[in-house]
Design a protein around this ligand. Structure first.
Ligand code: 26V
Length: 754
């Protein structure tokens, strides 16, 4: 049946209305049903070897557009709606964004699912269906305040698989209830995102923002992603969540294997499990435990699991490498401890170095150590990151297992981060080089000759101008804030963390504010945009948000400065918001302390959409830098070797920098100036000031001067619009390497062999 008739009929049968008379909400429900039906008919991707990508997070974003694109009917649906007086963009607004992820790690998992299905590889995501998500961020009194994010509605992408798996905790059992979301690839074949849930979950226990009784596990387990772990009950709840996920997953995987008639002795021929960071690490001992329960000899079980599992490390920050006291595991899932003890014994047999032990002297279990000893592969997520793992952070392990270490530079799906969010740029690229790049992203290189083509330059500038207008309308509607589309859009959006150095950006904005106040007139107005959620218990991160919001008001209230400078922080930065911000950006801020950002993936999205990077040689910026060359990126700051050396020698002192550089000292001291304190909360501002002046653990002051200088150079470069447009085109042309299709092909060749 033709699509138009199908849509008309669905509208009539569901709402007894003509298509033209339906509301956006009704149209969304109609399209949701229609799309789900089409996806139901799509062939499943099968094979005799299957991947399970286990992750605590899947930051999938809204799904309607993405699914329509991958089904190949996006343009048709858009036209049919338009012919009936509707806009697909308005209909999309009715879709709630699933709140199943936090940041780059979760968004990466979502991009990977898209590419795995597109490459027609049999592989499912496995995670938890958090009812209230991470949290919904609100700003009140210049502060972040957290609310539950109840994203699930009656009509949703979730399918009930009507399957349960019993998970044994020490004192009680729960029934993990399996749901799924179809993941359709570009060739219309599908995999699934499998999500475990608990029927006993009770949202009613949440009060006062996101507080709840952390001890009522049957009620609270699937409510929130990353519940506050600043107290012991919060940390134990995370262990409950992790064991819940991996125990249900391991049972499901063995059930799949048996259903296919494969003997468990051939498990590693048929199954590969990618462990996404350490949250699902307990899948290793759990799978061993279940195999032993099935009658397998423990040595054989360990051998199988070691060949089945592969581990991805996503951070070098020591404080982010999970380790759990044995006592927690004994309280949550004591059945795992004998297995972990055995793994620890074997690991100590392989290496007597206490730094590689699974269980250390204070009886703490190191999850990453277990992963590296007992999986077949350990990968980092960008070249520099993997190098640091090999030669610094995990060097003791690298010496033990050099063959296990490998790099897989992250990637992003161009279906969402170009086709869906920037159809104008997509059409422009197609008009220049055809649509081959949609299948083979490296074909973007064919754009290179257009970098010097005056007409092409004008065209990309016009598209950017249009996207900036769209962003201005979006922010007006979403947050009531007005921005000037004729200004430079200078954007830093990512989770709030000191190593990402939003505070350095803030200090530089203070500098711009003061310079303008002192009479400097910038050639063009600048709009600095932040978007970031801070972990609810991360005090300094929240203080940084506070300072940004206060400064934003100070600037807005200044009749002179506000003519040339605006500071905006978007509320509740999420995927939907990213899809608007990224295509509109002129400047992409990627300013982490070198060596600390494992990869970054926002950097790739900005580049693909023609923003120019202002950044440090860190994470995937290094590879962006190599690809576009010195002339098409703005790099500043201390290099990673020097930074690592500072940490080793413990010789960095922010106080010393302030003593020697009165300009830097003035900027930092502005945080506790009369102006700031008049609008802000003195306690928060003083705490942030104290932290920067006495600790500055991520060395914001080390690079502040070079950052401010480089930023000036970027703004000056923007004035030469032809040169700027050529930089934009080079960035787009060189972005092909960062397609997640490339990353997934590499995972498959080197690790999965599907
Ligand atoms: C977690 C935590 C938790 C405790 C407090 C501090 C802290 C700091 C960082 C993290 C990050 C955990 C792992 C993670 O999300 N890594 C991100 O993974 C992305 C995908 O590979 C990568 O692009 C980002 O650079 C990396 O930060």
């Amino acid at each position: 049946m033709d699509l138009c008739k199908k849509m008309q009929d669905s509208a009539m049968s569901q709402f007894h209305k003509e298509l033209a008379a339906c509301s956006n909400e009704e149209l969304y429900c109609m399209l949701l049903d229609l799309t789900k039906e089409l996806m139901k008919d799509a062939p499943e991707i099968t094979g005799d070897r299957k991947l399970y990508y286990i992750s605590a997070e899947f930051l999938i974003g809204k799904l309607l557009s993405n699914n329509l694109i991958n089904l190949g009917i996006y343009k048709d649906v858009k036209e049919i709606l338009a012919a009936n007086g509707h806009s697909l963009a308005d209909v999309e607004e009715a879709e709630p964004e699933p709140s199943l992820g936090n940041g780059g790690l979760g968004r990466l998992a979502a991009c990977f699912l898209d590419s795995i299905a597109t490459l027609e590889l049999p592989g499912n995501g496995v995670g938890i269906n958090y009812h209230l998500g991470l949290f919904h961020q609100q700003f009140k009194d210049h502060k972040q305040n957290e609310q539950p994010d109840p994203w699930m509605t009656n009509e949703s992408w979730l399918n009930d698989k009507e399957k349960y798996y019993t998970v044994h905790f020490k004192d009680f059992d729960v029934q993990a209830h399996l749901y799924s979301i179809d993941v359709i690839g570009y060739t219309h074949k599908k995999n699934e995102l499998l999500l475990f849930d608990l029927d006993t979950a009770d949202e009613g226990i949440v009060e006062n923002g996101i507080d709840f009784d952390k001890t009522q596990i049957e009620k609270n387990l699937p409510l929130f992603l990353y519940p506050d772990d600043s107290d012991e009950n919060g940390r134990k709840l995370r262990v409950y969540q992790q064991y819940f996920l991996v125990s249900a997953a391991a049972q499901m995987i063995l059930e799949d294997v048996k259903a296919n008639g494969w003997p468990l002795s051939e498990l590693s021929d048929h199954v590969v499990i990618q462990i996404n960071d350490t949250h699902p690490s307990m899948v290793i001992p759990e799978l061993i435990r279940l195999l032993v329960e099935e009658g397998m000899d423990i040595k054989e079980a360990i051998g199988q699991v070691e060949k089945v599992c592969a581990y991805t490390n996503h951070t070098i920050l020591a404080e982010a490498l999970e380790k759990w006291p044995e006592s927690y595991l004994l309280q949550v899932a004591p059945q795992l401890m004998p297995i972990i003890e055995e793994l620890d014994r074997m690991a100590k047999e392989r290496d007597s170095n206490p730094k590689t032990a699974i269980i250390d002297d204070s009886r703490t279990v190191h999850m990453a150590h277990m992963d590296i000893h007992f999986s077949k592969s350990t990968n980092g997520v960008a070249a520099i990151h993997t190098d640091i793992l090999k030669h610094t952070e995990l060097n003791d392990f690298y010496k033990l297992y050099p063959e296990k270490f490998n790099n897989k530079t992250n990637g992003i799906t161009f279906r969402r981060w170009l086709e869906a969010c920037n159809p104008q740029l997509t059409d422009w690229i197609i008009s220049k080089i055809g649509d081959g790049f949609l299948k083979d992203a490296e074909e973007l290189n064919l754009l290179m000759p257009y970098a010097q083509d005056a007409k092409a330059q004008q065209e990309v500038l016009a598209i950017k101008a249009e996207k900036k207008k769209e962003l201005a309308e979006f922010l007006k509607k979403r947050q009531g804030v007005e921005i000037d589309p004729d200004s430079i859009f200078d954007i830093q959006v990512k989770r709030l963390h000191e190593y990402k150095r939003q505070q350095m950006n803030l200090l530089s904005v203070i500098n711009m504010y003061q310079e303008i106040k002192n009479g400097y007139v910038p050639p063009k107005k600048i709009t600095v945009i932040f978007g970031a959620k801070a972990a609810p218990a991360y005090i300094i991160a929240k203080d940084i948000i506070h300072a940004i919001l206060v400064l934003s008001d100070i600037i807005a209230n200044d009749p002179v400065v506000s003519k040339y400078l605006q500071l905006v922080m978007v509320e509740n930065y999420d995927v939907t918001c990213a899809e608007k911000l990224i295509p509109a950006a002129d400047i992409s801020e990627q300013i982490s302390l070198a060596s600390k950002e494992a990869s970054g993936t926002g950097n790739m999205k900005f580049m693909l959409n023609g923003a120019v990077t202002l950044g440090t040689d860190d994470g995937a910026n290094v590879e962006i830098h190599e690809l576009v060359g010195d002339d098409n990126i703005f790099i500043f700051g201390t290099d990673s070797d020097t930074v690592i050396d500072h940490y080793a020698k413990a010789d960095y002192s922010s106080a010393k920098i302030m003593e020697e550089d009165s300009k830097v000292a003035d900027l930092v001291n502005f945080l506790v100036s009369e102006e700031m304190i008049a609008l802000g909360d003195e306690e928060n501002l003083r705490r942030l000031h104290h932290d920067i002046t006495t600790k500055d653990w991520f060395m914001a002051l080390l690079d502040l001067e070079s950052y401010m200088n480089e930023r000036k150079k970027v703004y000056a470069a923007y004035e030469d619009s032809s040169k700027w447009a050529s930089m934009m085109i080079v960035n787009i042309a060189k972005a092909g390497f960062f397609s997640s299709d490339r990353t997934i092909a590499q995972y498959n060749n080197d690790i999965w062999n599907l």
